[in-house]
Design a protein around this ligand. Structure first.
Ligand SMILES: NC(=O)c1ccc[n+]([C@@H]2O[C@H](COP(=O)([O-])OP(=O)(O)OC[C@H]3O[C@@H](n4cnc5c(N)ncnc54)[C@H](OP(=O)(O)O)[C@@H]3O)[C@@H](O)[C@H]2O)c1
Length: 169
């Protein structure tokens, strides 16, 4: 990896739910706005199912380098999408990982499978806490033991938490 950071961003409820039937169980415009503001100009990494779940007009997410992980060698994606078939050589490979431009970060934007497999590489986490519990079949992994909470901000209908990985002495 170059000088950029690997940052996970997600919205989860009080039971760690992030999705149901390949969609997000709530609609929070203030969170979508924040997601857009944080990730614009950077690289976004997502699983194929999360890519499928995006509305057609947001495929690919504008003004971001979109990277989609899939094991399907024959899968086709719209122009502007970069496809990876495995993760390790990109994030921890001998070539130093993802070539990022100066000032660019790699934002891991889900879903559950992709969060789980990239967790060891995360430098920071931007987590939106959605009040209550929802029906879910996709969850955000436990990461808190290895991170410290830097800031917590109340939104209108949710809270915005920012964590950084704890220093290992
Ligand atoms: N609340 C939030 O912040 C948030 C954010 C994002 C997503 N979500 C939700 O999360 C759910 C989707 O999560 P998910 O876990 O089902 O799917 P996902 O992580 O989005 O995508 C899984 C897919 O990624 C590909 N993949 C996984 N591991 C791979 C590997 N090692 N190498 C290559 N490709 C690999 C496979 O694609 P192929 O099957 O094509 O091989 C796999 O089916 C949806 O409900 C979505 O709405 C919520």
């Amino acid at each position: 990896m170059g000088s950029g950071k690997i940052i996970a961003i997600a919205a989860m409820d009080e039971s760690r739910v992030i999705g149901i039937d390949n969609r997000i169980p709530w609609h929070l415009p203030e969170d979508l706005k924040r997601f857009s503001a944080l990730t614009t100009g950077h690289v976004v990494l997502m699983g194929r199912k999360t890519f499928d779940s995006l509305p057609a007009k947001w495929k690919p997410l504008p003004n971001r380098r979109n990277v989609v992980l899939t094991r399907q060698s024959a899968a086709t994606f719209p122009a502007g999408v970069e496809v990876w078939h495995e993760l390790d050589s990109h994030l921890a490979g001998p070539a130093g990982g993802v070539p990022l431009k100066a000032g660019e970060n790699l934002w891991v934007i889900g879903g559950e499978e992709i969060y789980l497999m990239t967790l060891p590489y995360w430098d920071e986490v931007y987590l939106t806490l959605v009040p209550g519990t929802h029906q879910g079949d996709a969850f955000f992994p436990r990461f808190e033991d290895h991170f410290e909470l830097l800031t917590s901000e109340r939104g209108q209908d949710c809270s915005f938490l920012h964590y950084v990985r704890k220093e290992v002495n």
